[in-house]
Design a protein around this ligand. Structure first.
Ligand code: ADP
Length: 287
C-alpha cells in the first residue's frame, strides 16, 4: 500500500469571492507501515489534507493515488479506496446513527458485501482492538455510552473495514488523560502488531514525539517541514515561527544546555531524558 499526493492544491469556494486556498502544491509519499504525525497551527490545512487520502475530497489541482488508483477519476469505485484507507474524523462519535453499537460498527462491512458471519467476526475484532467488551456492548444504544466509549465505537466502525492505512484526525480531542492514553496505546498496537500504516493529526507535540516515525509540519496549506521527530524537534526556532512548540522535555534539555550542562539536546521523550540525566549526574559526581 502506498499513497502518493502529487502537487495537490485545494481551494474552498473556488468560484466565489469567499475562495480560500487550503492546500497549495502539496506533494507527499506515504509508504507502507509508516507512522506519520501531521502537526500545524489551526487552519494550516491538516484536515483538508487528510480528507484527500480516502477520496472524500478531490484535489482542485494535482492528483492523489492510493496504490495505483487515481482518486479523482469519476469512474473509479470509491469503495475500493475506502477499503484501503480508513478515515476517523474529528469527534467521530457525532456520526454514530444506528440503534445499536453492533449495527453501527457493522455498517461498513455490510455495505461492502461481507457475509453476516464475516461481519460479526470483523465487529468482534474491531471491538477487541479498541478495548470494548463485545458481549456487553453489542446491543446497547451508542447514545447511552460515555464519551470515551462512543469514540471507541466510532473508531471500531472504521477498523471493521480492515483498512491497510488508518488516518485519524485529532482522535483524542476532548478526552480525559486516561482515555487519551488508552486510545493512543491502541493506535500504537495497530501499527506495531497489525502492520497498519498510520497517519495521525495531532496538536500534542508530546504524543507525536513518542509515537510516530515521521512528522509533517503544515503551514498555510504547504509542507513546511518533513522529517523524523528528532530532526523536526531539533529546530525549535523554525517551529516557533509557525506557532508550534517542541515537547516540554526537549525545551527542558535545551534550557539545561544553555545553563552550561554538557548534554545532547535532540531528546524527545521523558524516558530518554531520564537516562541521559542519570548518566550526566553520575559523571559530574565522579568528576
Ligand atoms: P486545520 O485542520 O489545520 O485546522 P483546515 O484544513 O480545517 O485546517 O483548514 C484550512 C483552511 O481552509 C483554513 O483557512 C480554513 O478556514 C479553510 N476551510 C476549512 N474548511 C472550509 C470550508 N468548509 N469552507 C471554507 N473554508 C474552509
Amino acid at each position: 500500500m502506498e499513497i502518493k499526493i502529487d502537487k495537490v492544491s485545494y481551494i474552498y469556494n473556488a468560484d466565489n469571492p469567499f475562495s480560500k486556498v487550503a492546500l497549495d502544491n502539496v506533494s507527499i509519499n506515504i509508504k507502507k507501515n509508516e507512522f506519520i504525525g501531521i502537526i500545524g497551527h489551526t487552519g494550516s490545512g491538516k484536515s483538508t489534507l487528510v480528507q484527500h487520502l480516502n477520496a472524500l475530497m478531490i484535489p482542485t489541482k494535482g492528483k492523489v493515488y492510493v496504490d495505483d488508483i487515481d482518486t479523482s477519476e469519476k469512474s473509479k469505485d470509491k469503495i475500493e479506496i475506502r477499503k484501503k484507507v480508513g478515515l476517523v474524523f474529528q469527534y467521530p462519535e457525532y456520526q454514530l446513527f444506528e440503534e445499536t453499537v453492533y449495527k453501527d460498527i457493522a455498517f461498513g462491512p455490510t455495505n461492502i458485501g461481507c457475509t453476516e458471519e464475516e461481519t460479526e467476526e470483523r465487529v468482534k475484532w474491531a471491538c477487541e482492538i479498541v478495548g470494548l467488551d463485545f458481549e456487553y456492548i453489542k446491543n446497547k444504544s451508542p447514545f447511552e455510552l460515555s464519551g470515551g466509549q462512543k469514540r471507541r465505537v466510532a473508531i471500531a466502525g472504521v477498523l471493521a473495514m480492515k483498512p491497510d492505512c488508518l488516518v485519524l484526525d485529532e482522535p483524542t480531542a476532548g478526552l480525559d488523560p486516561r482515555g487519551r492514553d488508552e486510545i493512543l496505546d491502541e493506535i500504537r498496537r495497530l501499527y506495531e502488531q497489525h502492520n497498519m500504516t498510520i497517519v495521525l493529526v495531532s496538536h500534542s507535540m508530546e504524543d507525536v514525539a513518542r509515537l510516530v516515525n515521521r512528522i509533517i509540519v503544515m503551514d498555510s496549506g504547504k509542507i513546511y517541514m518533513d522529517g523524523t521527530p528528532k530532526e523536526i524537534f531539533a529546530r525549535p526556532d523554525k517551529l516557533i515561527k509557525v506557532g508550534l512548540d517542541v515537547p516540554q522535555v526537549t525545551e527542558f534539555m535545551l534550557k539545561l544546555k544553555e545553563k552550561g550542562a554538557n548534554i545532547p539536546t535532540d531528546v524527545i521523550t521523558v524516558e530518554e531524558a531520564y537516562g541521559i540525566l542519570k548518566n550526566y549526574l553520575k559523571e559530574s559526581k565522579d568528576a
